[in-house]
Design a protein around this ligand. Structure first.
Ligand code: GLA
Length: 397
């Protein structure tokens, strides 16, 4: 009997030990629609960030109408960190952030905004700053204590053979243990196909390499297409739509709208396409000095509503013929968004037969950028569409 009791106790112990680690999970009920906010990297990179800039960007987020349009997170990317103390605590750069991260987070919270920060799963960040490998629990505790609401974790300087799924699971568990609900953004550039495994680990994952401030450049990595521009990143999203949904999003990277290279038409297309993809919308420009056009694009309610649609379906490429690409996104309540995209360098005259695109008659059409009705799907859709331009339509019964 005694032997039996000891054996049972041992079995129970083993069971508890094996069950316990499984209890950690990602925070549910966050990012039920794609996260919206601002990130410092595209405009300010490493050298340009400091406490003053971030505070002023938060002010501009509130004052410009961006916050009202749904943008919430102010995320500091790489280069806020400078070392570790002997206890392993991360040290903030005291020159750039003289009042520390907590004070900055408090300021951002005082505006009704949320605060995000950056780390990396390797030994150093991409810009060579201290990263989280081996310090996941310390760092997660520190983020929670500072009031972090969003964490982006990069993939530079990882060890030979380091497993991405295991590494991101470790940080997920550390965040969960720290107890503060934090949106977890995986940034391993799609290298290990995170759409296949990241759903229960993070709330969003990069599905390609870095965007660049360019319309169509395609970067390669070891001979593989990597991204590097609006079209480069867009083209790497094909077929990923089945992996996205409320709480788990593919991330084609941050926006380059307002960064001075794209034309206004291209910026409108970039924004529309990202919204069709249910992409996270992280503005990457200097919100303190936005042009009227940039602001109008980033805050367009009709287009944002497609991105933030509660059904959470990522739009997909329905057809691509003669440089006209058609995207379709099913919406809650039976509406459908359709984005007609002229990728070519010449203006096109459209005479679109809805049936060929598997769209039934009987839908009323609204042109979302013009903000006006545009007939019904009972007849072909006729319009002129300029080079690199989109026409975004909302169909309803
Ligand atoms: C990587 C990421 C970028 C940015 C930089 C920072 O390249 O993909 O988004 O965070 O690192 O160094």
């Amino acid at each position: 009997m005694r032997q039996f009791c000891i054996q049972t106790a041992m079995l129970l112990c083993v069971a508890v030990v094996t069950i316990l680690p499984g209890r950690a999970q990602k925070f549910d009920n966050l990012a039920q629609t794609p996260p919206m906010g601002w990130n410092s990297w595209n405009k300010f990179a490493c050298d340009g960030i400091n406490e003053k800039v971030i505070r002023e960007v938060a002010d501009a987020m509130a004052a410009s109408g961006m916050q009202q349009a749904g943008y919430q997170y102010i995320v500091i990317d790489d280069c806020w960190q400078i070392g570790r103390d002997s206890a392993g605590n991360i040290i903030t750069d005291p020159v750039k952030f003289p009042n520390g991260i907590k004070a900055l987070a408090d300021y951002i919270h005082s505006k009704g905004l949320k605060f995000g920060i950056y780390t990396c799963a390797g030994t150093k960040t991409c810009a060579g700053r201290p990263a989280s490998l081996g310090y996941e629990y310390e760092d997660a505790r520190q983020y929670a204590a500072w009031g972090v609401d969003y964490l982006k974790e990069d993939w530079c300087n990882t060890l030979q053979g380091q497993n991405a799924e295991a590494s991101y699971t470790l940080m997920r568990d550390a965040l969960y243990k720290a107890g503060r609900p934090i949106v977890f953004s995986l940034c391993e550039w799609g290298s290990n196909k995170p759409s296949l495994w990241a759903k229960d680990i993070g709330h969003l994952w990069r599905s390609c390499g870095d965007i660049g401030n360019s319309w169509s450049y395609m970067a390669t990595d070891n001979g593989n297409a990597y991204g590097g521009s609006v079209l480069g990143n867009l083209d790497l999203q094909r077929g990923l739509e089945k992996y996205a949904g409320p709480g788990h999003w593919n991330d084609p990277d941050m926006l380059e709208i307002g960064n001075g290279v794209l034309t206004t038409e291209e910026e409108r297309s970039h924004f529309s396409l990202w919204c069709m993809l249910a992409a996270p919308l992280l503005a990457g420009n200097d919100l303190r000095a936005m042009s009227v056009e940039t602001r109008a694009i980033l805050t367009n309610k009709n287009i944002i509503a497609l991105d933030q649609d509660p059904l959470g379906r990522q739009g997909y490429e329905e057809s691509y013929e003669q440089e006209l690409e058609v995207f379709v996104k099913p919406l809650q309540g039976g509406d459908t968004a359709v984005c007609l995209f002229n990728r070519g360098d010449q203006e096109k005259k459209l005479n679109l037969d809805w049936r060929k695109h598997h769209i039934a008659s009987g839908h009323a059409i609204r042109d979302l950028w013009k903000n006006e009705t545009a007939g019904t799907t009972d007849m072909p859709f006729r319009a002129t569409i300029g080079r690199h331009q989109v026409i975004v339509l909302r169909l309803s019964r």
